[in-house]
Design a binder for this molecule. Structure first.
Ligand code: 475
Length: 790
């Protein structure tokens, strides 16, 4: 494929798809024309993959997820199709700035954080590996809110990615299902007949997801909600215009907005309706596809593997039983067994507040037949294990974790440590009954986006050194190891890192009016704001370091830029106060004439996938400092290590495995282990004791209290201070000294630039195991029983 052909197609789309003359084309027009020209090239392999799957009647995987945090697609597709050079040349020939064209694409932010981004990496790997499958989710009109800061406080604004045409999707008006809610249930022989009281239409929108080198493509099918009838003509004719449109508005509400709550349960009826809406539509589609090829639904588990991404689609259990039993007359016991053999469940969090529960009364009102079936599922489980105290319905709530566990043939955690904790904590009783059900599949990230796309400089060096096989076989990065002894390679590695840092600094300069010294250490913490992720531990250490620098200006400080990024759920007050504190601290520290040569704090607003792609390749230090036992895995930690940043971290989530892979000598470990944290909490004075023992921590807290960062306002951070001094569930105080000391070891290590770069290069060389290709191969072998088609 050459630039001339691509250029001709771009011009064709400009004229016939967009109705624009090149002379009047805007950046948007050029971007859309390029998108459509690239999309054309996705369609052929997409059809071929679909035809091959149908021809072989292959088993398919269906990945059900409330969230797909995809980001931009254009550059990724160009890479996967090998069109980079052609696209660059075509853009130049049209006098367009290629980088600006790529940056014009809005991020598809249909997710909150780790769980949604993991789903996006999985789609990429499934397509790269030729694993036939579909992602199923919701086509939210508004993705995750846009964040800005007003006087240091987070302000949320609705995001509007669909204001422009979404160039990648194909609307499928013919693929639509009616989804009911409420109503009543009547007995119909052995089964039951559910007559919903209201209904909406779920309409499909398909986005092809192309794999590496265009060898395979799968489909991401997102459902949009529409009214069954467009509007009430009678009301309109009587002049009631708002009333006439009300039906439509009510129906569309279901796919209107992504819930911005990451790891806290919201318990809202609309959320339950969203969950049922996309799960039911997806199951109808899956069963329809099965029945087009096969007649006996008992064979469903041999042809479909349905993965539940956390409990959000957990209603799939009872809904599949309802389809098999009520609609297809399969005996109940057999329907339960068939559904279980088809379904499996991934747990992403142990935080008790994040484990979904729905009030029984709400469930019975919104999904009356499902409530009955949940009770039948529970009865069946109880008669099989009469001595067990496990209940799905308890204290007036339906517990979606228990439901998912009981209705899945495999349950997996997302890192080795997390899967062990799943066995010993939340699902200990169920694990004792079903000892083979819980398995581990450690998360991974796609090297196409997180190295090839995000870090072209390092990618080019790697390819020059070991050729390009690493892109689809990331373990081959090990071949870099011998080159770490080669001064030429190491100089090139350091040059790539430095160039990435210069680029980031320039971006900070023109986007946020604050460029930073590329020779300083870039110390980065980017992730959702949560007390368990402990951004406040990081900012407390920053305050303590600043104090030390002022007291000791001639100590030979290692220059550092502390970079933060991330959003807090709009209702999470404590997380929002931590954001405010970081911005306040940044204002004071950055203005200090003595220390600002060594210490800066930068917090660009509205962190998203595209910002991560800029920050990660430029990072020297990766902050993975959660309270041990709380971060299920983390995936940002993997992206940093892959891009040659060293980790400062606790023994939590996948940090444990990262440290094993890269070597303990190339990882900065601090803090308590998960069992030590549990033991520490036995002492109700753990925070007071830690503060007493640490003059530095005590002084840092005091500075906040005195209003040093809040214009003398000594009340502003009362809640944070009180929490740390009185309660401190996340053991910030108990881990503080260990963290501070570890950071000073980091300072010392950074001063030996050559040695630091060797450690960085070893992180890259030894991160191959964290490819999501490895993760997906694990699911295919251990959970889905599916073989690659290519
Ligand atoms: C973990 N999101 C990470 C990542 O496995 C892990 C919860 C409720 C509602 C909406 N979103 C959520 C999560 O629970 C989530 O993102 N969990 C994360 O999953 C992938 O790497 O440790 O916190």
């Amino acid at each position: 494929m050459n630039a001339t052909d691509l250029r001709a197609d771009i011009l064709k789309h400009l004229e016939f798809s967009l109705g624009k003359d090149l002379a009047h084309a805007t950046l948007y027009d050029i971007r859309m024309a390029l998108t459509l020209a690239v999309r054309d090239r996705v369609v052929t392999p997409w059809f071929a993959a679909t035809r091959a799957t149908y021809a072989a009647k292959s088993k398919r995987v269906y990945y059900l997820s409330m969230e797909f945090l995809i980001g931009r697609l254009l550059e990724d597709a160009i890479h996967n199709l090998g069109l980079m050079q052609a696209a660059q040349e075509a853009m130049t020939s049209l006098d367009a700035d290629f980088a600006a064209v790529l940056a014009d694409e809005p991020d598809a932010a249909l997710g909150n954080g780790g769980l949604g981004r993991l789903a996006a990496c999985f789609l990429d790997s499934m397509s790269t590996l030729g694993c036939p499958g579909y992602g199923y989710g919701i086509r939210y009109e508004h993705g995750l809110f846009r964040q800005s800061f007003h006087e240091g406080r987070q302000v949320e604004e609705a995001e509007n990615w669909l204001r422009q045409r979404h160039g990648w999707e194909f609307e499928r008006p013919e693929a639509a299902f009616q989804i009911g809610f409420g109503g009543s249930v009547s007995e119909a022989g052995k089964t039951a007949l559910w007559t919903p009281g209201e209904a909406v239409i779920a309409k499909a929108y398909d986005t092809p997801t192309i794999g590496w080198q265009g060898k395979w493509a799968n489909t991401l099918r997102l459902w949009g909600a529409e009214p069954v009838r467009a509007f009430d003509l009678a009301a309109f004719n009587q002049g009631d215009y708002a009333g006439a449109a009300g039906l439509e508005a009510a129906a569309r509400t279901i796919s209107r907005v992504l819930y911005p709550d990451d790891t806290t349960d919201t318990g809202k009826e609309l959320r339950l309706k969203q969950e049922f809406f996309f799960t039911a539509a997806s199951l109808r589609d899956i069963v329809r596809r099965f029945q087009a090829e096969h007649s006996d639904l008992r064979a469903l588990p041999t042809k479909a593997a349905i993965q539940l991404n956390d409990t959000h689609p957990a209603i799939a259990g009872p809904e599949l039983v309802r389809i098999l039993h009520d609609e297809n007359d399969m005996p109940l016991d057999e329907a339960i067994l068939t559904a279980r053999a088809t379904l499996s469940y991934t747990n992403h969090t142990l935080l008790p507040e994040a484990l979904e529960r729905w009030p029984e009364a709400l469930m019975a009102r919104v999904l009356p037949r499902h409530m009955q079936l949940i009770e039948r599922i529970e009865d069946t489980h109880r008669s099989a294990y009469p001595k067990s105290a496990v209940r799905i319905v308890e204290g007036g709530d339906v517990k979606m974790g228990e439901l998912s566990f009981i209705m899945g043939h495999k349950v997996n955690g997302v890192s080795a440590l997390h899967s062990d904790l799943v066995k010993t904590t939340v699902f200990a009783e169920l694990h004792a009954l079903h000892p083979d059900r819980i398995i581990n599949q450690t998360n991974g990230v796609t090297p196409r986006r997180w190295m090839l796309g995000a870090n072209p400089r390092l990618s080019a060096l790697i390819t020059d050194t070991i050729s390009s096989g690493w892109v689809a076989d990331l373990e081959r990065l090990r071949e870099l190891e011998p080159h770490v002894a080669d001064a030429g390679f190491m100089a090139a590695f350091a040059d790539a890192k430095r160039a990435n840092k210069v680029e980031l600094s320039n971006w900070f300069g023109h986007e946020h009016g604050q460029s930073v010294d590329p020779d300083a250490m870039y110390d980065v913490q980017i992730k959702r704001f949560h007390e368990y992720k402990r951004q406040h531990l990081n900012i407390l250490e920053t305050i303590a370091l600043w104090t030390e620098m002022r007291d000791n200006p001639n100590a030979g400080w290692t220059p550092r830029v502390k970079i933060f990024g991330g959003k807090a759920a709009p209702g999470y007050v404590m997380a929002k106060e931590i954001i405010h504190l970081i911005n306040d601290v940044a204002t004071v520290i950055n203005a200090d004439p003595v220390t600002s040569q060594w210490l800066k704090v930068v917090y660009p607003p509205n962190y998203n996938v595209s910002m991560a792609e800029k920050l990660i390749p430029a990072a020297d230090l990766s902050e993975q400092i959660s309270t041990a036992g709380k971060e299920a895995s983390g995936t940002g930690n993997m992206k940093f290590a892959l891009n040659g940043a060293l980790t400062i971290g606790t023994l939590d989530g996948a940090n444990v495995e990262i440290r094993e892979q890269v070597g303990a000598e190339n990882f900065f470990l601090f803090g308590m282990t998960a069992p030590e944290v549990v033991a520490c909490r036995e002492n109700p004075e753990h925070q007071a004791d830690a503060i007493k023992a640490s003059p530095r921590l005590k002084a840092a807290l005091k500075l906040i209290e005195k209003g040093i960062f809040s214009d003398g306002d000594d009340k502003r951070y009362k809640a944070i201070l009180k929490n740390l001094r009185k309660h401190d569930y996340f053991t910030v105080c108990a881990d503080f000294d260990s963290y501070y000391d570890c950071q000073r070891q980091v300072d010392a290590a950074y001063r030996d630039a050559d040695q630091w770069m060797r450690m960085a290069a070893l992180n890259t060389a030894r991160s191959g195991w964290f490819s999501s290709d490895r993760t997906i191969l694990g699911y295919m072998a251990d959970v889905w029983d599916i073989k690659p088609m290519i």
